[in-house]
Ligand binder design. Structure first.
Ligand SMILES: Nc1ncnc2c1ncn2[C@@H]1O[C@H](COP(=O)(O)OP(=O)(O)OP(=O)(O)O)[C@@H](O)[C@H]1O
Ligand SMILES: [Mg+2]
Length: 314
């Protein structure tokens, strides 16, 4: 594959496990300094893709370039330049946190200070504890420490915050953002769509081994009739309109209401969230069942949120 400025280039990637086609022709690229999120249901092929990029799995077809190298050839240089949080990790069970991180640091040419990294992931109080005595979330924090201690250019994070309590998740987000501000590249998988929304510059949603959509998290829902305007009439009926031009439609609706001397109660304008788009593309969603304008929506019924009574994103 020709050299590009991108940290990761994937073209036509395919992987079979015997009869199972886990990855069926995936294309994407990740620019240097970018945080890219792979999303998708269980079994979609995310971990398989990441492990091929890490050089832990052989591909069946396609071309892959990571930091300009082919991970299929298992170049030592690549190992030194990347950090990894595997989806499941259980090595080094009978040594302390500090020993593991210190040992790991020595495998890299220019490691970060192990104590600093232990503090960064919030394990300072547990640094002398044996790793098999850590809680699940604390073990996951250790995994993150191991991915960071080599000060890599490229970090693979496969569900890095699974099992984290809410405060630990926020703090991990700060750590990932700090990586971006240092110019590092991050490839992340997560089932937490708020995490993808908060961290990723771009995401790809994978289903059955294929990418079904790719883009910036805030723009994925963009398309025809993607805004939903809801309000309650003075007669108490809920109205729902779908439009791609909420500014004009809102002006028309409010002008008409004012000319009748009415108010549009609990008026709201809503854009699809990443979660809406995800559910629509990967399975059944309430929105994909709705059709056309002026579909009356009983408040509180179905899975759609009751309108919040605010006007936003116009
Ligand atoms: N070593 C293996 N041998 C055989 N099949 C495998 C192997 N690893 C994964 N698979 C299959 O390949 C498909 C993709 O698995 P993969 O682990 O890549 O999914 P994933 O998107 O990471 O899912 P999750 O969100 O559950 O982590 C699944 O059908 C899985 O059962
Ligand atoms: Mg996985």
């Amino acid at each position: 594959m020709s050299a590009t400025g991108n940290a990761i280039e994937v073209r036509g990637l395919a992987k079979r496990y015997g009869p199972i086609e886990a990855v069926r022709g995936i294309d994407f690229s990740v620019a240097r300094g970018e945080i890219f999120g792979l999303l998708g249901p269980n079994g979609a092929g995310k971990t398989t893709t990441i492990e091929i990029l890490e050089g832990y799995r052989e591909r069946t077809g396609g071309e892959v370039s990571v930091l300009g190298l082919d991970p299929g050839r298992r170049p030592v240089e690549l190992r030194r330049r990347m950090g990894i949080v595997l989806q499941s990790c259980g090595i080094y069970r009978h040594v302390s946190v500090r020993e593991v991180v210190g040992h790991w640091a020595r495998l890299y040419p220019h490691p970060r200070d192990p104590d600093e990294v232990i503090g960064l992931v919030g394990l300072a109080e547990q640094q002398d504890r044996r790793t098999n005595h850590l809680s699940g979330g604390q073990r996951r924090r250790l995994d993150l420490a191991l991915a960071l201690v080599g000060d890599p250019e490229l970090v693979f994070l496969d569900e890095p915050t699974t099992g984290f309590d809410p405060a630990a998740r926020r703090s991990a987000w700060e750590t990932v953002r700090a990586l971006r501000s240092l110019g590092k590249t991050v490839l992340l998988t997560t089932h937490y769509l708020d995490e993808a929304q908060a961290l990723a510059d771009r995401v790809a949603i994978v289903k059955d081994g294929r990418i079904v959509v790719e883009g910036r998290p805030g723009e994925l829902g963009a398309g025809p009739d993607r805004y939903t305007i809801t309000y309650r009439t003075s007669a108490g009926e809920w109205r729902e309109h779908h439009t791609n031009d909420p500014t004009s439609l809102l002006a028309e609706l409010t002008a008409a209401a004012l000319s009748r001397g009415e108010r549009l109660e609990q008026l709201s304008v809503r854009r699809p969230t990443l979660e809406d788009v995800y559910l629509e593309l990967t399975g059944d969603s309430p929105r994909s069942a709705a059709s056309g304008d002026e579909t009356p929506t009983p408040p509180g019924a179905g899975a759609r949120e009751e309108p919040a009574g605010v006007v936003g994103d116009v």
